[in-house]
Design a protein. Sequence first.
Length: 244
Amino acid sequence: MDFTKDAQANQATVDVKMNLAPVVGIMVEPIEGLTIGFNWRCANNTYISIPVTAILSQKIEPVRLKVTAYDYSTPHQIALGAGYKGDNYRVSGDITYSFYKSFNLSTPEVTLFDAGGGDKVVQQILPPSAGFKNTFAVRFGGEYSPLKALAIRAGFGWVQSPVPAQTGVTNLLDGDRFTGSFGLGFDAAGVGGPPIAIDFHLAYGWILENRDAKTAVNLDNPGYPYVSGKGGVLNSGLTFKVRF
């Protein structure tokens, strides 16, 4: 980046590094109607590196620095689930453990190199530690068909928040998440009609209120003297299917 010339003399290089993340699972049916499954998903992330050389003047050496950050990141996860299917009903549930403890914030890291060349680091600005913790998530649901053409569905889920108390410089808003859902399904073929099915669902998810007070005076921090947050989302859906 040469500030002594016109803009056409400048160029930017972005190095994006991606990793492979295998997903492995197995499912067995020890008895008729009962299925048990286990799944492991490897962590994955997209790592961005931006090397910068800025020429501010012909009288001084160029300023060399590198900006790096995790643009996308998912943790290691292991999950265990089970389901049972009867004549006119089915139930299922699963538990997931996520390894958020090694999770990286997307806040960029800036490294300033010696102007004389080489890889000597003059200054390094590191992002604050996320301090995340490993979490559990539990989900279960069921479906009951009182009639051949009608299905009644319901489910519930709890996802533990990985975010610790925000008493320092970070202001990450999160909390344990709960979701409840209800649905209905109608299949016209069950009453001798055409092969048409209609499904409707209604779900509400909410995040518990989380309020943390800062332990140090920092008037420049927008989260001082405390940071808090909560929320909720209501969603619904309708699907219309025709079988051929």
